[in-house]
Design a protein around this ligand. Structure first.
Ligand code: GUN
Length: 299
């Protein structure tokens, strides 16, 4: 029998969105500022279209202004860079997000480097990466920040001395997650597909963050008894038990087996996923405050 606590990311994200909305209302009342998030989507990738629509809806629900630029898949790189430059210079735009992936003819790193770091609500600009790793005030990538908020909540704000293992080394999740955990004084390891004795390394962790994009790779006996497991994976797999041709979403962790050992675990769906956009809204408010010389809320 498992008695692991299931960390409810949906409820947690709803709470964060409420706190963001309260800060937005305060900004408008006290300073006459209504933060604005601008999202740029190039092309018609179906998953990106859903994400961008959800970002727009949730931005408005939090009381902020949402602007979306939908550009044709054939848009030249120069044109995208010109749009970013104009948004950088527009004081009415507080946050800029270019939805990834971009079409092949556009150089992603060039585009990310063109965004004003103080409006880079994704936290992907190398300036923000450097600020994060050197402990300076940064805009931090949304998904790992969401994981950190859930971990802080679970541990009552004190992660100091915990052994954390981050499985995955992407720029969007693995690396910033490791930086954030180090900032909380965890002892941090980063593991990946080439790590030797991976199961053993995972078993040493008090905090295990899985972000490798491999369905149910982390087995139940890879989890140390009492560990907290954060599953960032969102993998669509066949689900013949639901009928022919049906699919389902699973994480990077074998949830049922891992829950037998973990003290707390995030489910998929309903764990980390809902936190990402909530943290994007939070970053937009923080960016708007900093751009206007106002103390950013601690949310
Ligand atoms: N595509 C998938 N996830 C993300 C994200 O967090 N930010 C951006 N800009 N694009 C994405």
């Amino acid at each position: 029998m498992s008695d692991a606590k299931i960390i409810d990311g949906k409820a947690f994200a709803a709470g964060l969105r409420e706190r963001v909305a309260a800060e937005v209302a305060r900004l408008l009342e006290d300073h006459g500022i209504k933060p604005c998030l601008t999202v740029i989507l190039v092309g018609e990738d179906p998953a990106s279209q859903v994400y961008v629509r959800n970002k727009g809806t949730q931005t408005e629900e939090a009381g902020m202004t949402s602007v979306t630029h939908r550009l044709d898949a054939s848009t030249p790189e120069d044109e995208l860079l010109t749009l970013i430059e104009s948004l950088n210079n527009d004081p009415g735009c507080n946050g800029i997000l270019v939805q990834l992936p971009l079409p092949d003819h556009i150089d992603e790193s060039k585009v990310l480097a063109a965004i004003d770091p103080d409006k880079d609500v994704d936290g992907f600009h190398v300036i923000n990466v450097g600020r994060l790793w050197t402990g300076q005030e940064a805009l931090v990538p949304c998904t790992p920040y969401g994981c950190l908020l859930m971990l802080r909540d679970h541990f009552g704000g004190n992660l100091s001395g915990k052994r954390a293992l981050v499985l995955g080394r992407s720029n969007i999740v693995g690396k910033p997650m490791a930086a954030l955990l180090l900032g909380e004084s965890c002892t941090v390891s980063i593991a990946h597909s080439r790590t030797q004795d991976l199961a053993e390394r995972c078993r040493e962790a008090d905090i295990l963050v899985a972000a490798v994009g491999r369905p149910e790779m982390v087995q139940g006996d890879w989890v140390k008894p009492g560990a907290v497991v954060i599953d960032v994976g969102i993998n669509r797999v066949p689900a013949p038990e639901k009928g022919e041709g049906k699919t389902k979403l699973v994480g990077d962790v074998d949830f049922t087996a891992a829950a037998m050992n973990a003290s707390a675990i995030t489910p998929v769906p309903g764990g980390v996923g809902p936190m990402t956009i909530a943290c994007l809204l939070r970053n937009t408010v923080v960016a708007a405050c900093r751009q206007n010389g106002i103390d950013a809320p601690n949310i």
